[in-house]
Design a protein around this ligand. Structure first.
Ligand SMILES: NC(=O)c1ccc[n+]([C@@H]2O[C@H](COP(=O)([O-])OP(=O)(O)OC[C@H]3O[C@@H](n4cnc5c(N)ncnc54)[C@H](OP(=O)(O)O)[C@@H]3O)[C@@H](O)[C@H]2O)c1
Length: 328
């Protein structure tokens, strides 16, 4: 697969989001997840994304168990600072003690002695970001982490964090239907030389056109909590897919590949991490690097799906509380 630069690393232009192998999007077939992880290396993926949060450590343990023996073959990104309590409610804890403790736990689960890119998963409003990033910087000095990232932070928080220790990557939601980073975050990343890793580049599967009926989502599927996937919002958003389907047909690619090609076309500093637990999708997504979009194609996509045509918030009000406010 084509490569892109991310701080000191050279990684596949498309990385693999591993979250769905442990939570959020319905039933998981463990044997298939293992095939996805190993098959991804064969297909040229060299950038894998996980977090302490995913499946309460299940996801990191899976990666450690399946890919531990291939550790030198990929750049490993994980995250700390966002947790779930027993009721499934998200809690943010970016205190230095928690950052240090979580890193030790992650290293064990991942069966490695160093994490290449360690993100603060959310900004803790109760802890100055200087303290959280200070703890991450200590981990870099101790050789447990190579580089630092932040997720879903505001531009002012990013500046403060970068003043404590250089930030290598920002990971926030970005896709055709979630454009929030375009206003302030992407320009600031470019000013500071920070790479941008869009999560949910497929709009949690919506932009692939495979999900036509939200009622089909399992009871525990996280998308049930998200306004965009509910009622009239979902119905109105579905209408946007017709134009995407037509353009994908014209380009001879799938809708998933079209959505990823749009993200890739936003800049060489952008490294999307589509998530899947299926070999078929993992291979299909890798091939999106070969879809080239003309200026006219990009303009057409921008017209079809943008903040004025999409309806419904991306997170429910409870989860939105974990976001650093200025970002929304
Ligand atoms: N930093 C953060 O706060 C944050 C938040 C969310 C996610 N993430 C990271 O970002 C990664 C990607 O985000 P995501 O997985 O939530 O959303 P996504 O990549 O936008 O979409 C994933 C969904 O799309 C489906 N899919 C994938 N490829 C497909 C294809 N070619 N055709 C049809 N459907 C396809 C998957 O189905 P299957 O599940 O059936 O394979 C899954 O339901 C995650 O895995 C995680 O590592 C980070």
């Amino acid at each position: 697969m084509r490569a892109r630069k991310l701080g000191p690393f050279t990684v596949s232009a498309i990385g693999l989001g591993c979250m769905g192998m442990s939570q959020s999007y319905g039933e998981v077939d463990l044997a298939e997840s293992e095939r996805v992880l190993l098959g991804a290396l064969d297909a040229g993926y060299t950038f894998f994304d996980t977090a302490a949060l995913y499946g309460f450590g299940h996801n990191e343990s899976l990666i450690g168990r399946v890919l531990g023996h291939r550790r030198k073959d990929f750049v490993l990104a994980s995250k700390c600072g966002l947790f779930k309590d027993a009721q499934g409610r998200r809690t943010v804890d970016g205190s230095p003690e928690t950052v240090r403790r979580t890193c030790e736990e992650s290293l064990k689960r991942l069966r490695t002695d160093v994490i290449d890119l360690y993100y603060l998963h959310r900004i803790d409003a109760k802890v100055p970001v200087e303290d959280s990033v200070g703890a991450l910087a200590e981990l870099v000095r101790a050789g447990k982490v190579k580089t630092i990232g932040l997720c879903e932070m505001s531009s002012s928080t990013l500046r403060r964090a970068h003043a404590v220790h250089s930030i290598t990557a920002v990971q926030s939601e970005y896709s055709l239907w979630t454009r929030n980073p375009e206003a302030k975050i992407l320009p600031l990343c470019r000013e500071l030389g920070i790479g941008f890793v869009p999560y949910c580049p497929l709009g949690r599967g919506f932009l692939t056109g495979k999900l036509r009926d939200a009622a089909q989502l399992g009871e525990q599927d996280l998308r049930r909590t998200m306004p965009r996937f509910q009622g009239d919002h979902f119905t109105k958003n579905l209408a946007l897919l017709e134009g995407l389907a037509a353009l994908a047909k014209e380009k001879g690619c799938t809708m998933a590949q079209l959505a990823l090609a749009w993200v890739l076309a936003q800049g060489e500093d952008i490294l999307p991490i589509p998530g899947t637990k299926r070999v078929k999708y993992m291979l299909e997504n890798a091939a999106a690097v070969d879809v080239s979009l003309s200026t006219a194609d990009l303009a057409k996509l921008d017209d079809l799906v943008n903040p004025t045509t999409v309806t419904g918030a991306r997170y429910d009000s409870a989860f939105a509380l974990t976001l650093d406010s200025e970002n929304e």
